[in-house]
Design a protein around this ligand. Structure first.
Ligand SMILES: [Mg+2]
Length: 376
């Protein structure tokens, strides 16, 4: 595929309600979208950075810088045999996985369209339906959380995940577990605890949780191994796992029994596929995490979640849980039994609503080879 056009744009989208995690509250999203054309075919990717360097070191602005100053200038006009060639082409750029993933995933969309197959099939997906869970932000009090959980269960979601932080943990989990003794329930701490908190985290063992996600330091696999040996609840790693080698290390050290895979965090579809392969070989369940994505990131997540290693419900949920109006057509919907059907048409299988995207755009920058007409 000859890369003829790259367009980077930042869109502003407001979440329907604020989302609170252990590192802060988000409502206004600054999302960078990547549009790439090759051989006359256009593909889309989404950069899943946060606005601030709180989840990982990347931000909306660092992703823009890396693509604008390094990736786009080196890619434009070049020929790639396949989307899977992209990681090697950008090996010289250390880190910045989310920036790279936005571009790589757009190339996968192009390749799937060129081959006339849905992206999920091109990736090697086998699941025609993916199982969905929801991630619930920290709430004022346990009562309002229980009410929210009830609502989500009524919508069919198969797993409930509660964000926790010190002081907003045991009482919330206890209230939800008391009301719903049998549901698949997990918690996510986003690195809010320290190894010294092990006795406190051990108190979560009585709630029969599916997992506790990333309780400790975002960059420390070894401490999680020490914690896992002290608690019964399975640890799931999120922030710590940046590639398949990290996944293999974490599993070998006993640092986790479950892995959350995020397309952006691991650098795109190529590496995500390798991470789930490691999980599968080691019989470690994997699932797809969310980053408050717009529809474009969401449908890339759907494609990834069809891979056979994804054996637990992910955080991929309906568009309307996040946005009054999503930027894809149709919007992502979830069936009454908590599943999303893999799309049938080539590429992403959803149409990007260009007029909606244009309206939300606050800045853009393009690269093109001479004599190529730009998509309207
Ligand atoms: Mg997480």
């Amino acid at each position: 595929m000859k890369i003829e056009f790259i367009n980077l744009r930042e869109i502003k989208m407001r979440l329907r309600s604020p989302f609170e995690t252990s590192f802060g509250v988000t409502q206004d999203r600054r999302i960078v979208l990547v549009e790439v054309s090759a051989d006359g075919v256009t593909g889309w990717g989404e950069i899943t950075t946060d606005e601030t360097p709180s989840y990982n070191p990347e931000t909306t602005q660092t992703a823009w810088h890396i693509i604008s100053d390094f990736i786009a200038p080196s890619l434009i006009g070049n020929n790639l045999a396949a989307a899977s060639d992209f990681p090697e082409r950008t090996e010289g750029i250390r880190g910045h996985h989310m920036a790279k993933a936005g571009v790589e995933n757009a190339l996968w969309d192009i390749e799937a369209q060129q081959r006339g197959v849905p992206l999920w099939k091109l990736l090697g997906g086998t699941l025609e339906q993916i199982a969905c869970g929801v991630s619930l932000g920290i709430r004022e009090n346990p009562q309002s959380l229980v009410k929210k959980v009830e609502e989500e269960l009524k919508s069919g979601y198969q797993r409930i995940k509660l964000k926790i932080k010190p002081g907003k943990d045991l009482a919330s989990v206890a209230a939800v577990r008391k009301q719903f003794p049998d549901i698949r329930l997990s918690v996510d701490a986003n690195s809010a605890y320290r190894l010294e908190d092990a006795p406190h985290l051990k108190e979560l063992d009585e709630f029969n949780l599916l997992m506790i996600e990333q309780p400790l330091y975002w960059d420390d696999i070894h401490s999680h191994a020490k914690l896992q040996s002290q608690i019964k609840t399975a640890i799931c790693l999120d922030e710590c796992i940046h590639n398949a080698r990290h996944a293999a290390t974490a599993i070998e050290l006993g640092a986790c029994r479950i892995i959350n895979i995020k397309l952006g965090r691991v650098g795109g579809h190529s590496e995500a596929r390798r991470v789930q392969d490691v999980c599968r070989q080691q019989s470690v369940p994997a699932w797809c995490g969310g980053m408050l994505e717009s529809g474009i990131g969401r449908v890339h997540n759907i494609a990834m979640s069809t891979l056979p290693g994804f054996t637990l419900p992910g955080d991929v949920s309906a568009s309307h849980r996040y946005w009054d109006e999503d930027i894809i057509d149709p919007e992502v919907t979830v069936s009454p039994n908590g599943t999303i059907a893999a799309p049938k048409s080539p590429g992403l299988g959803y149409t990007v609503r260009r007029s909606a995207v244009n309206k939300l755009t606050v800045r853009q920058e393009s690269w093109k080879v001479d004599a190529v007409s730009v998509p309207a």
